[in-house]
Write a protein that binds this ligand. Sequence first.
Ligand SMILES: NC(=O)c1ccc[n+]([C@@H]2O[C@H](COP(=O)([O-])OP(=O)(O)OC[C@H]3O[C@@H](n4cnc5c(N)ncnc54)[C@H](O)[C@@H]3O)[C@@H](O)[C@H]2O)c1
Length: 448
Amino acid sequence: MKSFQVSRRSFLQRCSIVAATTGLPTWWVERQLTAAEQAPQKATSPNDRPGVALIGCGSQGTRGAQNAANWGEVIAVCDVDSKQAANAAEKLAVEGRKPAVYSDFRRVLERSDVHVIVNGTPDHWHTLINLGAARAKKDVYSEKPLTLTIDEGRRLVRAVRQSGVILQTGTQQRSSQRFRLACELVRNERIGRLKEAKVWLPAGLREGPFATSPVPANLDWDTWLGPAPKVDYVKERCHKTFRFWYDYSGGTMTDWGAHHNDIAYWAIGLLAPRTVESRVLVQPIPGGYDTFSEYEVKYAYENGIRLNISTTKDDSIYGAKVNAGGQRNGIRFEGTDGWIWVNRDQLQASDPALLKAPLPEGAVRLYESKNHMENFLDCVKSRQAPICDVETGHRSATMCHLGAISMRTGRKLTWDSQQERFVGEFAAEANRYVAREMRAPYDYSFVA
Ligand SMILES: NC(=O)c1ccc[n+]([C@@H]2O[C@H](COP(=O)([O-])OP(=O)(O)OC[C@H]3O[C@@H](n4cnc5c(N)ncnc54)[C@H](O)[C@@H]3O)[C@@H](O)[C@H]2O)c1
């Protein structure tokens, strides 16, 4: 009895320390730690470790593969830039053994000892590689936003379902306790009936015009462009800053939107908004990045809930010079009885008491994952759906694409979430952005 009391006391002390250092409520930490202690031990043997291949060796892909190496063996890396591939191979070497280096991802997919793909390519390549992987029966951890267009997402959902592979979207905020707690509190009406979610995304870069320059010897620029239109090499179109061009990405609307809209989607719990409208606050510089840097987007759901997105300059995420004093990037849920604010390092409420009381027995519980990559690799073994499966990734990317399409057309639009088409006024104009032309040979036949 005594030892139980002592260990119970030390358990509670551990909970208070974790609560104090994370800012999470003590009842929540206690619930998490109890569940973790009761979870069955995972059997691990060297044979359990899947063969992992990294496709797209920038910093994010390399980080993902390093993380996957905790549970698998990274045996191949692939990039169309030989320098990027060599750097990643160096970083992923184990006891001097480097993974094999490739430039054509299709050769990687042919290897029978590759079980899992980490896809860290820019957004315009995600879908073709993910489709190729599904056809080759490889499980996929794909970076966000899952797609470049809504049509790509629908095709990918179908292919993943048909092949039975596991796909995790790299929207890792779902595996963060802070975001899950915020969403559970909203779903359980801790702030009353949800009226509005407000999302702040970092403002994007507004720079240019840019000059062309010779293609670096280490880069296969034509394949980097892949399905996107052929253009002369411009450094700012390529590594990292590809995210500020619509041919390859969608600006901060899809870059950070893929994270924060995904959380809004989780808390709201409805498939999609019915209408979307927008206001572009600053126009791009001709010859420079062509995505909008500062904007507002308003979504309305059929049950009256609103989702309002604004950009904030109070974050220097992209290294741009910004003025402090605005609103940090994050999400604020406003209900009839209060609000909850959440971002990657804060969880606050209109009244701290809203966070303090435990959720009752029988409360709505959301899918729990504590580590996004571990959840994926657990699901590779169990063949259960991961926390951000293909449909979730497709639907949260769709929210971002809807906002971008409203900005690009300058229209208020109505969305049919079942047909995945715009309907009503300006539908024909907007539906042109649901899919895009792919430059041969980098169309769907490239991975058929
Ligand atoms: N989950 C997150 O928090 C998070 C953070 C950063 C980036 N990302 C996402 O990760 C992805 C990569 O971002 P990044 O900043 O690392 O980009 P990056 O430009 O630094 O790296 C991308 C790499 O992919 C390579 N590549 C392009 N086409 C290829 C192809 N067909 N085959 C093989 N390699 C190819 C490029 O040469 C480059 O080395 C993006 O989709 C981005 O949105 C996610």
